[in-house]
Design a protein around this ligand. Structure first.
Ligand code: ADP
Length: 592
């Protein structure tokens, strides 16, 4: 994978739906940075796995199959899995979904990664959620505090977090009267927190489940507790800010986004990558400092204060209400349009699928028609290999074999073997089936050359001289290469058919590529055949129109469908000196 070869595809996997602020904001930060750093020469995709509400194996399997089919024609080069569940998902399903992609996981600690036993080639942008730094920040703000409470829930993750915190806070908690609040229901947490003495520090880890097994978004649980708490609460997550906590040492979305994007950019550039840790920042909520009478002077150096200004809502509530009313009114119109668009998309997908099937039948027919000349082409190197091998055997049997000559013969054999190999791989390429369009950027000159290689044998058999005139510059096109090649093959076989009755000395086929004056890419295929009767110029592109005894009348209509799929046009004309010329015009993928 090298920058410049093709536009790299990066797939970002979000663990939940789009409402979970932490991953969505982190993902946005990744996107912004990737787009900036690559000047938008990157294809970004997002998928929300929704694994918290649908943790069942069937959903996961269904999701994996769906994504595998969806990305069949656009396999990502890099997959970024945000959060632990996304990481588990991609590690389990990478073979089907993104077999050769670089996998970057992010948003959890290296310790969690170790427990997950990630494959060696999976690289992490880890966030260490440092409860000790958060505790130190609390000590700085509340030098008079004597009590320390640590809150954690009952899920497996909550419990392991509590165990980690116990070990990490062992030294810190010696200075305080310390209590771990665990194995409680949400009501009990709220009640106990309301009754703690004012000179307490409360540290909130996570509550994903309470003792009754009820599920929570941790910040929602923390918010409920903070509303009536008797002392300030701190937590090591940015998502807790604005949910009643004073602050903590956190990994900001920008910081996480930057770390992830930096790894992804190295991966895209084909450089080796390794684990990184996202730097942490102290963050405080100015409104909570005020609520508890804590002085901002006691914040650690470099701390960021949020909500210092009046909120957007406070400043602009009237404008916001009016805007909301307009948006609601537009909502129903937009909803209608969306339904219509979905219907159209489904119809488009169906017709694209049909086209792919038809093109494949067309490819097979071309391969069939060319098989005699391809077999002949294959016979040449194989025959040469046999005669060369026989000659070498004779030389080696002599008393003083000329080894230099044998050496030369072996080189010839290798070259012939390569020729045979080329013929077979061209044939394979010709038959490649597509489930989805494989969009690539390629040079029209190159596809023309490879189509000529496929046709040359047949042209020789029919006594046709093939000439090509390449544009002196690269002609980048964005399309499925195999499809464009098929268009050329259809037009060129028609041209060869049209020259059947012409004297052998006058059978000429000319393929030309040019850049048009209005910056489009043009391929013309001209022949010296019988031409097209004037009245028929409009009909020849119609399906089933044929003047050949064994024709299907589909070659040109398929060619037109392909060209139009890629935003191009195809046309036919008679040449003044006799014969026909077909022109295919496609958009230029990029200039320069
Ligand atoms: P088929 O080749 O099976 O007839 P096509 O759709 O490819 O189907 O072509 C339709 C018809 O267009 C041909 O039968 C022929 O009459 C006409 N045609 C196509 N290409 C040429 C050409 N280069 N010169 C003259 N007539 C052509």
């Amino acid at each position: 994978m090298k920058a410049g070869d093709h536009v790299p595809r990066v797939l970002i996997l979000y663990p939940y739906d789009e409402r979970l602020a932490a991953t969505t904001a982190a993902g946005e930060a990744v996107r912004t940075r990737l787009l900036q750093a690559t000047k938008a020469r990157i294809d970004l995709f997002s998928e929300f796995l929704d694994l918290s509400r649908f943790p069942e194996a069937e959903h996961i399997g269904r999701m994996a199959r769906y994504l595998s089919a969806k990305y069949a024609g656009r396999r990502p080069d890099v997959v970024i899995a945000l959060g632990e569940v996304s990481a588990r998902f991609i590690v389990a399903n990478r073979r089907e979904l993104a077999a050769s992609a670089t996998i970057i996981v992010a948003g959890f600690s290296s310790r969690t990664a170790e427990e997950m036993d990630l494959p060696n080639d999976v690289v992490g942008a880890f966030s260490e959620f440092d409860i000790v730094k958060t505790a130190e920040m609390a000590r700085g703000l509340q030098p008079e505090a004597r009590h320390l409470f640590i809150i954690g829930g009952s899920s497996e993750f909550d419990r392991s977090w509590l165990a980690t915190a116990r070990a990490d806070l062992a030294a810190f908690s010696r200075d305080y009267n310390t209590t771990y609040l665990e194995d409680l229901t949400i009501e009990e947490f709220t009640k106990v927190a309301a009754e703690v003495p004012r000179d307490s520090i409360i540290l909130a880890l996570t509550i994903l489940k309470d003792r009754d097994g009820r599920n929570f978004m941790p910040r929602e649980a923390v918010k409920q507790i903070a509303e009536t708490a008797g002392a300030p609460i701190y937590g090591p997550y940015l998502t807790y800010i604005d949910y009643g906590v004073v602050g903590g040492s956190v990994v900001t979305f920008e910081s996480l986004g930057k770390t992830v994007a930096d790894i992804a950019l190295e991966a895209v550039a084909g450089k080796p990558i390794s684990n990184l840790e996202s730097p942490q920042t102290y963050v405080a909520d100015a409104r909570q400092l005020e609520r508890w009478g804590l002085s901002e002077k006691n914040l650690p150096a470099g701390a960021i204060q949020m909500f210092k200004e009046p909120t957007f809502w406070e400043q602009y509530w009237l404008a916001a209400v009016l805007t909301l009313a307009v948006i609601t009114a537009q909502g129903s119109v937009i909803a209608g349009l969306l339904v219509e668009r979905r219907r159209r998309r489904a119809a488009e997908a169906e017709s694209r699928h049909r086209l792919l099937e038809v093109v494949h039948l067309n490819q097979s027919a071309t391969a069939g028609a060319l098989s005699a000349s391809i077999a002949h082409e294959l016979n040449q190197p194989l025959g040469a290999i046999r005669s060369n091998a026989e000659a070498a055997a004779v030389i080696l049997q002599s008393d003083r074999p000329d080894l230099e000559l044998v050496d030369q013969i072996l080189v010839d054999i290798q070259n012939d073997d390569q020729r045979a190999h080329d013929v077979i791989s061209r044939m394979r390429g010709l038959l490649k089936k597509r489930g989805e369009i494989d969009w690539q950027e390629f040079d029209l000159n190159d596809v023309t050359t490879s189509a000529i290689s496929i046709l040359r044998g047949e042209a020789v058999r029919r006594g046709i001289v093939v000439n090509s005139n390449r544009a002196p510059r690269e002609l980048p096109v964005r399309a499925d290469r195999i499809h464009v090649q098929q268009v050329i093959l259809n037009l060129a076989t028609n041209a060869m058919d049209a020259m059947l009755e012409v004297m052998t000395t006058d059978r000429r086929l000319l393929l030309e590529t040019t850049l048009t004056t209005d910056s489009k890419v043009e391929l013309s295929i001209a022949d010296t055949g019988h031409g097209i009767p004037d009245g028929q110029l409009a009909s020849i592109f119609e399906p089933f129109y044929t003047t050949k005894p064994t024709g299907t009348g589909l070659g040109l209509s398929i060619a037109r469908a392909i060209v139009e799929t890629y935003g191009g046009k195809i046309s036919a004309a008679n040449r003044p000196g006799g014969g026909a010329v077909f022109r295919v015009v496609l958009p230029l993928a990029r200039n320069g």
